[in-house]
Write a protein that binds this ligand. Sequence first.
Ligand code: SF4
Length: 312
Amino acid sequence: MSEALSWNSYPAYLERTYGYRIWRVGVDAGFSCPNRKSDRSGGCVYCDALGATAAYQRTYDGTAGRTADILKQINRGREFMIRRYKAQHFALYFQAFSNTFAPVGVLKQIYDSSLEGNTWDQLIVSTRPDCIDREKTELLASYKQRGLEVCVELGLQSGCDRILSAMNRGHNVKCFLDASKIVKDAGLELCVHTLLGFPGEGEAELEMTADVFNKSEAGFIKIHNLNVVKDTPLYVNYLEGKADAPDVNSYIRSVAFLLRRIRPEAVIERLMCETPSNRLVSPTGFPDKNSFIRMLDSYMKENGYYQGELYK
Ligand code: SF4
């Protein structure tokens, strides 16, 4: 665990494992999402039509990257990180929408051509639990032979089926656990996405999320706060006074509750959403990432909390 923080941080993991920082080049490879109709309607109630497209790709070609050439996106992303951060090591991150939502032959062609021509440390593929099978994980595992760390990011969001249904996630907890096993059986790293603060979520539901995460045996977790974003079904509920996002103090309590219950060795990759301000409706006045980390760590330390203390 990082000496400075009350949890096992991702920068500390990179330092231990690689001895240097790795920068993620997020790409939108044009995949869709099985939870959305072909006209992009439907989907999770909190998701807008951008489906987690990287911030620096959103204005690309004026179309959120959807028509952009992947290699152009990669060059643009790498150049941006080299220019701004003097980055030297990179992960290719298939980030937007469901990046295994295609026949395996198509996936191979996309992954192969995207990896070509540059040096990478990691290949990271974000997808849904109902969108992965053994053939696809075998393909992903084959990239380990190139010396890459290969990680699949699976969206769980909540360990409570009632909340998953209210989110319109289109999968349940069992589907997530089955997919996790397929990923782990293939020898791939697994990162789980969780979303805290959905209406109806209390300590019992957070406990279920911690339990399901622990059962998945994932090595990594991303924790997000619910955001109300324009042009989503959740936004309509918000306007009707039926839903809102947690404020920072409430969210800190939820994150601490979860962290205390998850495996102590799990690596915390992310602790909050960073929705661009032109799309974000609520919460307002949320601190930036570094301020949030300081606030959370102070809260944990003041209360004597640390990651995994209540893990059984
Ligand atoms: S699975 Fe992801 S891309 Fe699909 S609707 Fe839900 S949040 Fe959006």
